[in-house]
Design a protein around this ligand. Structure first.
Ligand SMILES: NC(=O)c1ccc[n+]([C@@H]2O[C@H](COP(=O)([O-])OP(=O)(O)OC[C@H]3O[C@@H](n4cnc5c(N)ncnc54)[C@H](OP(=O)(O)O)[C@@H]3O)[C@@H](O)[C@H]2O)c1
Length: 328
């Protein structure tokens, strides 16, 4: 099958594009002109992936990229950069999604797999949350991800293209540096908060198979799926697992979260109008206060989604990669 993947110069999209090549698809990826420093792009070419130059802000480039494609996996998002105005998130996560859907529909694409986030559920009051749990996005990124999935669902309901919404949870694995902070925390002395909140991780290799199932299982059309790892733990248990992998002792000192949260809010207040990445921001601190625990059994029943990589194994494989990169 000929498929288009967006976000392939990023962590998850890159894994997905390679996975789809291995499982037999003809893969094209949307790459922004000048994206990365050439290294992610070179790796994609070496993997036999076709490049389409384009941007979610540029309709014409999306129409070209969608030509002849059967399935679009829309993974790209404005996500990791915190020092952006709200309008930048809207432009990519909502309007970019709308443009890509219009281009895909116009080109006769059969199915559109839209990558959202479990973050649209916000803090999970009653764990584990299913797809029907209350929606409570807590920041501009999560707000725009929720609006993006609403746009996608509405286009699917209008007919003309099948839409599947996937909500991944805490993606980690080789290639990601977001969870490096957790690894550094686990070998430090101080923990923020009591660590009694739940945290749920999904190993990227399992996740990308979940995306492939969203793209290929006929009955998935029109459905929404949480894609999560096999188990969740408290944050303190997770830190202890990472510390055990690193051969260190988990932090024993605990400091209260709220002064740090306020400092994060203050940093955002000063940095965002100046378009400077804040050194600390609320979403980062909320990692220690929001509970995230999910029930992915719908994806198991309807798609056959069956994550294989156990948490300790995933942590080990991630640590190996961090060491290889000289990050630990
Ligand atoms: N990481 C997690 O734990 C997590 C959890 C739940 C959901 N998600 C969702 O999973 C997806 C992938 O996350 P990730 O962590 O892999 O992200 P990532 O590494 O930050 O990659 C983001 C990708 O989006 C592309 N992109 C951004 N703006 C674009 C634009 N205007 N036009 C075209 N491409 C654009 C980036 O291209 P450049 O290389 O050119 O910047 C990059 O390839 C996102 O939709 C995110 O919301 C992530």
């Amino acid at each position: 099958m000929k498929v288009l993947v967006t976000g392939a110069t990023g962590f998850t999209g890159g894994w997905l594009a390679r996975h789809l090549v291995r499982t037999g698809d003809e893969v094209r990826v949307l790459v922004r002109p000048g994206s990365g420093d050439g290294e992610p792009v070179d790796g994609l070419v070496q993997a036999g992936i076709d490049l389409a130059s384009g941007d979610l802000r540029d309709v014409a480039s999306l129409e070209t990229a969608c030509q002849g494609v059967e399935i679009v996996y829309h993974i790209a998002a404005s996500y990791r950069t915190a020092g952006q105005p709200a309008s930048s998130y809207r432009e990519v996560n909502i309007e970019g999604t709308r443009r890509l859907l219009e281009a895909a529909t116009g080109c006769g694409v059969r199915r559109f797999v839209h990558c959202s986030t479990g973050g649209v559920h916000g803090h999970i009051e009653h764990p584990p949350a299913t797809e029907d749990a209350p929606l409570a996005p807590g920041d501009i990124y999560q707000d725009t991800k929720l609006e993006g999935e609403r746009v996608a669902r509405a286009v699917g309901e209008a007919g003309g293209i099948e839409v599947v919404v996937a909500r991944p949870i805490g993606i980690y694995g080789p290639g990601d540096t977001r969870f490096l902070k957790l690894f550094r925390l686990a070998s430090g002395r101080v923990m923020l908060g009591a660590g009694t909140v739940f945290y749920h991780l999904t190993f990227v290799e399992d996740l990308v198979e979940g995306f492939r199932l969203c793209g290929t299982v006929p009955a998935a059309a029109g459905r929404t799926y949480l894609l999560a790892g096999r188990r969740y733990t408290t944050l303190r248990e997770l830190v202890a697992l990472v510390a055990s992998e690193l051969g260190t002792r988990p932090p024993r000192l605990t400091i209260p979260v709220w002064p740090v949260w306020l400092a994060g809010a203050l940093c955002e207040l000063v940095c965002v109008p100046l378009r400077v990445e804040p050194p600390l921001y609320r979403r980062r601190v909320e990692f220690f206060t929001k509970s995230r625990a999910f029930d992915a059994s719908r994806a198991g029943r309807e798609l056959g989604f069956a994550p294989r990589v156990e948490l300790t194994e995933g942590i080990h494989r991630t640590a190996v990669w961090y060491r290889q990169q000289g990050l630990l």
